[in-house]
Structures are given as C-alpha cells and as structure tokens.
Design a protein around this ligand. Structure first.
Ligand SMILES: Cc1cc2nc3c(=O)[nH]c(=O)nc-3n(C[C@H](O)[C@H](O)[C@H](O)COP(=O)(O)O)c2cc1C
Length: 329
C-alpha cells in the first residue's frame, strides 16, 4: 500500500514527504538518502559557495541516487545578494526538474524555470502569500507554521489553523511544514487538507545528515521548549536552538540593540562551525519545536518507511476503527 496525493502525482514522488532546503545541512549525502527513501529532497543552493560548486553538488547527488530530487533557492533580502541568476542558470543547465523557492516572491524566477519544464514548490508562512504564489502560477505550495525551524514569519499562526485556512483557498498541491516528524503528523496534515508534509529538523537528525553527531544527539535530548525566537524586534524572526549565543542575541535585541550589535554572534560562519565541530555553543543553529518529538537517529530509509507504514495503519485501523455503526455503540 502507499499514500497517493495530488503532491505525489504532480511532483512524481513515491511518498508525500519532502525534505526542505536547509542551510549547511541540505547537501548531497542527505538529499540522495531522502530520494532513495522515496521522498523528495532538496539541495540547498546557497550552502554552495559558488554556482559552480552547486553544479558539482548536483552531480555528486546524482552519483548517489537515480531518483528525482530538487534544489532549494532561498531568496532573502541582502546588502550583498548572492548571484541568484547564476545559481538559477546552474539549476536549469543541470537538468533539475523541481525547485523549492523560499524567502520572498518567486515571480522573477518563474518564467525561466517554467520555460525549462521545472516545477516550482513555493514555501511561505501565510495564507496571503500562498494565495499570491498560486496566482503567480507556482506548481505547489509548502506552508510553514509557527512551529517550524528557520523563518516562521511574523503572524505566529500554528499549523493547526494555518494549514486548513490555506487549504480553503489553495487548489494546487500543498504540503504542510513545521512541526512534522512522525506518522501522526502526516495523517493530521492530510486531515487538515494538505497533500503531504515537509520536514526539516526531523531529516537533520538522521544517519545520513552531514552534520556532527553532537548536534543530532542534542536534538534527541532536546524538548519542544528548547528553541529561541531570534530577531523578533527586527521583524525577521528565526527559530533556532536555545544556546548561549541565541539567548544572548534575544537579550541584546530585547534591550533595544540593533542588528549591528548581534551581527557577529549570528554569522553564518559561526553557525556552520556548530555542524562541523559539534560545539553546540559555537554559533546559532536552526531547529524547530518538533525537537520534542525526535527521539532517535534513524536512516532516512528507516524514517520514511516508518512514517508511511504507521500512517497507513493509523488511517485504516485506528481512525477507520473509530467509525462505528450508531446502533452498536
Ligand atoms: C538547519 C536548518 C536550516 C534551514 N535552512 C533553510 C534554508 O536555507 N532555506 C529554507 O527555505 N528553509 C530552511 N529551513 C527550513 C526548512 O526547510 C523547513 O521549512 C523547516 O525546517 C520545517 O520545520 P521543521 O523543522 O519543524 O520540520 C531550515 C531548517 C533547518 C532545520
């Protein structure tokens, strides 16, 4: 048995599960393992220092899997923006057929992707942005609730309301993101009107995830209370692991500090050191509240099979079994 949805059909993936872009984490080893597990993995374009490095990473992933996978292109406002057009060109030239866009309006990138037969899954954090992206012609929506790692937006609407509110207005395939880590989440997402789930933190804590073992063990040990929301006063909220650095950032900004005052603390170079060296206080590192539901470090194959098998059982046995004839209650 398998779970078939609009998402699996349109994006040509076996299971209704995606692994969204993850800075420093979304590299060949993880993405190929996710693809081999029958889910949809995305290489994070901007983790690669140059567009040429992205081309190499795509080739490396292809050496590890013959299943489809995509590339995440995160478009964030920046004083010195990366050469987005060159990364986009590499994606097209490499024959990638699925792109996850995130961070801002995907409109400037859509014509080139669509002209080259690339399907675009746009990730956003509000119903209004999902509706806007649908009207622009994206092929699917990934909607991130307040629970998520990364940037949950400023509306603070958790998935329980955000997903059905979006489902009321979204006709194209839509996957639910933020807080998903097991079969219960997948079944809940389907019930709320989504066509599948996107997971970041859960895939980060797998055998193939190319980060230090200490980080994975910290996720297993951590609870749903162990994240911080940084940059709130700057209206650019980020959900990260609670550690000495993130707590200091929150404190400085709460006291009226400016971005300049925390710039060094939050630098990408420091953050990447956490994943490389396993020093959990080297910088900020991203993780979501689903940490409270993550209790092991499985392979991607084990994780995906477990979620799908348990979801099938939940739907057919537990939920199906709860529906009884009124007369025999
Ligand atoms: C370590 C890490 C890095 C992330 N980096 C990015 C990124 O560069 N671009 C992006 O669109 N989303 C990024 N995200 C967000 C994920 O793609 C996904 O939307 C989010 O993790 C979903 O919430 P969850 O962690 O509760 O599953 C990141 C998440 C994590 C855990």
């Amino acid at each position: 048995m398998t779970i078939r949805t609009k998402f699996t059909e349109v994006f040509g993936v076996e299971h209704p599960i995606a692994q969204g872009g993850m800075q420093w984490v979304g590299r060949a080893e993880l993405v190929a393992a996710v693809a081999n597990a029958g889910a949809l993995g995305f290489i994070t374009a901007l983790t690669q220092p140059t567009p040429a490095d992205l081309a190499n990473e795509i080739a490396k992933t292809r050496d590890l899997t013959d299943k489809p996978f995509g590339v995440n292109l995160t478009i964030l406002p920046s004083i010195n923006p990366p050469p987005y057009d060159e990364y986009r060109q590499v994606i097209v030239d490499s024959g990638i057929k699925i792109v996850e866009t995130a961070g801002s309006n995907p409109a400037p990138h859509l014509p080139m992707f669509h002209d080259n037969g690339i399907k675009v899954l746009h990730k956003c954090t509000s119903v209004r942005h999902a509706v806007k992206a649908q009207s622009l012609g994206v092929d699917g929506i990934s909607i991130d609730g307040f629970e998520c790692a990364g940037h949950p937006g400023e509306d603070d609407v958790p998935g329980l309301v955000l997903i059905p509110a979006a489902a009321n207005q979204i006709e194209i395939p839509m996957i639910a993101s933020g807080g998903f880590g097991d079969a219960r989440g997948l079944v809940a997402a389907l019930a709320l009107g989504a066509d599948g789930i996107n997971m970041g933190s859960r895939f980060m804590c797998t055998v193939e995830s190319p980060i230090h073992q200490n980080v994975k063990e910290a996720i297993v040990a951590g609870s749903e209370l162990d994240t911080e929301l940084i940059f709130r006063p700057l209206r650019n909220t980020g959900r990260v692991a609670s550690n000495a650095v993130s707590r200091e950032v929150v404190e400085i900004l709460d006291r009226g500090g400016k971005f300049e005052d925390v710039k060094d603390l939050v630098s990408g170079a420091r953050g990447s050191r956490v994943y490389e060296t396993g020093d959990l206080d080297a910088g900020i590192w991203w993780v979501g509240t689903v940490m409270g539901l993550i209790n092991d470090i499985p392979t991607c194959g084990e994780l995906v099979s477990r979620i799908v098998a348990e979801a099938e059982e939940l739907i057919t046995e537990r939920l199906g079994g709860a529906v009884v004839e009124a007369a025999i209650r």
